[in-house]
Design a protein around this ligand. Structure first.
Ligand code: 13P
Length: 253
């Protein structure tokens, strides 16, 4: 059975005090909510990871993720943080291939492939992001684009590795814009991704892999999106910065 996941991507937001307050409120509120096997993941800035990990440690359904890791494992790479370092600090998850990293840091498939390998070698679970620009969709190239991103960045993994990954489909045109993919558009792409997983890894492995939707997902549209069989939860930006909204999203899982 694949996990149902609400993952918060805080991006470069919140001061340390605000981050602690938000994590504290989530832990406190989720005490009285039975999450069952559902998972909540908080992707915080590197600087806050250990502090937030400490705040959430009483709830075994909440995890902390880094928003990226280096493609190198150690050495003279000023400003970088490696998968080895994350694991050594008790971090369990990492986001790799977010469109903002691909766009603003020119991260290419080859580097992402190495990051994924480094993360898995260091026992981290990976949330691998893919997503098309609006122009790809307008030209009907979005399926090819997503297929290419998955084949080049993720599908080099074998079955024992891929089950430690979740995929986040985040159409770039929906991120931070208030324009959500319609449930039909999201469902169509998620089932396409599931089909690719089945073709590459077989049905039973493919059914173990969570596929999350991201892009202006909020407390109003989450339930409808998550009701689709191939949408196993969300990767949430803006709406994860407000405890009330994020808790409603978690309850929609
Ligand atoms: P928004 O929810 O703010 O659109 O961001 C989505 C995202 O990029 C999550 O990684």
């Amino acid at each position: 059975m694949r996990n149902r996941i609400a993952a918060a991507n805080w991006k470069m937001n919140l001061t340390l005090d605000q981050a602690c307050a938000l994590a504290g409120t989530l832990v406190e509120t989720l005490k009285s909510i039975d999450l069952g096997g559902k998972q909540v993941i908080l992707a915080t800035p590197y600087l806050y990871l250990s502090t937030v990990a400490d705040i959430i440690k009483s709830n075994k359904n909440i995890f902390v993720a880094a928003q990226d890791c280096s493609e190198h494992l150690s050495g003279a790479y000023t400003g970088e943080v490696s998968a080895t370092m994350l694991y050594s600090a008790g971090i369990t998850h990492v986001i790799i291939g977010h469109s903002e990293r691909r766009t603003y840091h020119q991260e290419k498939d080859e580097a992402l492939k190495t990051k994924v390998e480094n993360a898995l070698t260091n026992n981290l679970k990976v949330i691998f992001c893919c997503g098309e620009q609006l122009s790809h969709r307008e030209q009907m190239k979005h399926f090819n684009l997503i297929e290419g991103q998955l084949w080049h960045g993720l599908f080099h993994l074998d079955e024992t590795q891929i089950i430690n990954c979740a995929i986040a489909y985040e159409p770039v045109w929906a991120i931070g814009t208030g324009v959500t993919a319609s449930p039909a558009q999201a469902a169509e792409m998620h089932s396409f991704i599931r089909k690719l997983l089945i073709e590459k890894y077989g049905e039973s492995t493919a059914n173990e892999i969570s596929i999350l939707y991201g892009g202006s997902c909020n407390e109003k549209n989450a339930a409808e999106l998550f009701s689709n069989t191939d949408i196993d939860g969300g990767l949430i930006g803006g709406a994860s910065l407000k405890a009330d909204s994020f808790i409603k999203i978690i309850q929609s899982l």
